[in-house]
Design a binder for this molecule. Structure first.
Ligand SMILES: [Fe+2]
Length: 302
């Protein structure tokens, strides 16, 4: 099982656990005020155990019958940030074939990341602690990670809030805030992605003030991932797994903080080409009085 995404990051050895909450007792006010408004990650145990997906997605024939027709990309490697690491294992096949390959013992590791099977949206449920949410700017309402012994290397989301919902299998996640003076060093190392093969790559990080965190999600749990938090993911369970990333719009103060930092060059507006609702994001920046900062952030981004 590949584990270098976390093992080769020295800070993970003494990472602090993110707070762990219980979906049955977590109020919407506490989630919003203590976590979302402050961009503090947390694990919410049992957040999605009531979803129909928790039962239905264990049946591969169900997934194939429902969504098998979509043409998608299966990657026979982990989900990397470096395009050159994603080309050799890239296969364009239909979703039904991908689901079969992800269940096959002959497949060592593979991952599909897609929002195309919109038929599966009805298998997701709500969250008792999140009843009011506006659509995200950069991401579809839900996207799926179907995987076999594969995770994702370190990256961050420039905007929007995310609940990483673990439907099948378990995972470990490393997290570190991009809201720190060390972020430019982190950016260089994580985006170069040399650490994936080279445990010494983090020798270049010269900042003891960086606070590393880790979280484990079991089936039925969700991890709240704020924007601008680097995260890397490894699988903990063997075989087929399924995760849904549910996204929504951040509070205005969080959006404003991101745009200001991007304008200052402290963090990058990444993923410009795939922003789902650019006009909405631009309008929000204007309402926040950050037209100029947004223009600078956009010009700096990629
Ligand atoms: Fe992510």
């Amino acid at each position: 099982m590949p584990d270098v995404t976390l093992k080769n990051v020295p800070g993970m050895a003494d990472a602090a656990a993110v707070p762990v909450l219980d979906a049955a007792t977590l109020s919407e006010a506490v989630f919003q005020n203590d976590y979302v408004a402050q961009s503090r990650p947390c694990v919410i145990r049992g957040a999605v155990k009531h979803w129909p997906a928790s039962k239905k997605w264990r049946d591969r024939e169900y997934l194939k019958a429902r969504s098998g027709h979509h043409e998608i990309f299966l990657y026979e490697n982990e989900y990397h940030v470096q395009a050159k690491r994603m080309t050799a294992g890239k296969r364009e096949i239909n979703f039904a074939e991908a689901i079969d390959r992800l269940h096959s013992d002959a497949t060592r590791l593979a991952i599909v990341t897609t929002a195309l099977p919109t038929e599966l949206l009805s298998d997701l449920g709500g969250f008792p602690f999140l009843t009011k949410a506006e659509p995200a700017y950069c991401y579809p309402p839900a996207r799926y990670f179907f995987h076999r012994n594969a995770g994702t290397t370190w990256h961050y989301h420039p905007f929007d809030e995310t609940l990483m919902c673990q439907v099948i299998g378990s995972k470990k996640i490393g997290l570190v805030s991009g809201n720190s003076p060390a972020n430019l060093q982190l950016r260089r190392i994580f985006f170069a992605e040399d650490y994936y093969d080279n445990a010494a790559a983090f020798g270049a990080l010269n900042d003891d003030s960086v606070r590393w965190f880790s979280a484990t999600v079991e089936e039925g749990d969700a991890l709240y991932i704020p924007p601008l938090w680097w995260h890397g993911v490894i699988p903990l369970s063997q075989g087929f797994g399924a995760t849904a990333a549910v996204t929504w719009r951040s509070p205005p103060a969080v959006i404003a903080n991101g745009i200001k930092k991007m304008a200052l060059g402290e963090i990058d507006m990444i993923g410009k080409a795939v922003i789902e609702d650019f006009q909405g994001l631009l309008l929000t920046a204007q309402k926040l009085g950050l037209d100029r900062e947004f223009a600078i952030a956009w010009a700096r981004g990629n």
